[in-house]
Design a protein around this ligand. Sequence first.
Ligand SMILES: [Zn+2]
Length: 265
Amino acid sequence: MSKAIVQGFIVLATFAIAIFCLTQINWMKMLHVESSLQKLEESLGDRVFNSLRLDADEIHGANAALDSMLHKLCEANNLENTIELHVLHSDEVNAFALPGNKMVFYSALITEAENADEVAGVMAHELAHIKQNHVMKSLVQQFGLQFLFSAVSGNAAEAFSSVTQFLSTNAFSRDMEKEADLIGLAYLEKAKVNPAAFVNFMVKLDSIQKEEGLSLYSWLSTHPDGIDRSEYLSEKINPDKSHYESIISEETWSDMIARLNEFEK
Ligand SMILES: [Zn+2]
């Protein structure tokens, strides 16, 4: 009887050790794969950002205001703020997410906005793309992992220009865009920022683009159907506006705009 118990223990111990070893192996492998993917993402983000900087100067003086907006959005939503924000001087009205948690705003998108809450809407939308891992999902879908790994390991300028072009234009599927809209709206609500400002901004850009046919309104052309989107977003907006407050003070906003205008001179 006691022999059977000992044998039973041995069998159980062998199983336990085998399972332990297997989980260790998988864990090590997973860690390795995860760190390779993370390195790929960081490297892609750096390379793409460097290629953008060849055509557009970075404006450092606007970061404080944008950083405090981002901080507010992240804090209210319990999100880890690992985002690296950049403002580039460009007359293209655009903002987009890059691999490696980078978010790029072109100065014209900020100066085109009437207030900080309009910019906060775009920021919340791009933050949702980053937090939902849309950037890498789309890149892998479009180019394949092998292409991306070889692009970062070699000196493939052409490969990078297609990746950069993709990220600053039509990177995401309609489903991803809708998801980013709805999650972004929830982020704004939690941060007590009125999402109606985002909807108004979208409708305004849409009408300017239609009337004047400006090709510089890239954010809108990469985020089409502004009117349809404004409809489904408007349905979700809390009609009680009493709890909303501006994401940053009027003064911080004016200082940022002054800094951007100074750069124009
Ligand atoms: Zn988007």
